[in-house]
Design a protein around this ligand. Structure first.
Ligand code: SF4
Length: 82
C-alpha cells in the first residue's frame, strides 16, 4: 500500500492525451478523475449536442479543440473535491 493520499493516487491514473476526445475541450467524461482512453462521455460541441453523441476518450473528429492545461487542472481539482 502506498503512503500517498488516495487523491494523489487517483490523479496519476488520469491520462490526458493529445488529438483525441480525451483531450478535447468538448468531451465531458462520466468520471473525470479516472478518465482514460476507454472512458465514455458526452460530446458537447454545439454541432453535436442535437445528436446526444456519446464518445470514448480514444475517438476523434475534425471539430477537435485541444483542452488547455489550466482547464484540465481545474477539472481535476473540482472533481477531487467532490
Ligand atoms: S467528437 Fe469531436 S468535438 Fe466531440 S469531443 Fe470528440 S473530438 Fe471533440
Amino acid at each position: 500500500m502506498s503512503d500517498e493520499p488516495e487523491e494523489q493516487r487517483n490523479m496519476k491514473r488520469m491520462t490526458w492525451q493529445a488529438e483525441n476526445c480525451l483531450a478535447c475541450v468538448y468531451f465531458h467524461p462520466n468520471d473525470v478523475l479516472n478518465a482514460d482512453l476507454l472512458e465514455r462521455g458526452m460530446c458537447t460541441h454545439p454541432k453535436m449536442t442535437p445528436f446526444e453523441l456519446v464518445v470514448s476518450g480514444r475517438d476523434w473528429c475534425n471539430l477537435y479543440k485541444e483542452m488547455p492545461q489550466k482547464t484540465i487542472d481545474a477539472l481535476q481539482e473540482h472533481a477531487s473535491k467532490s
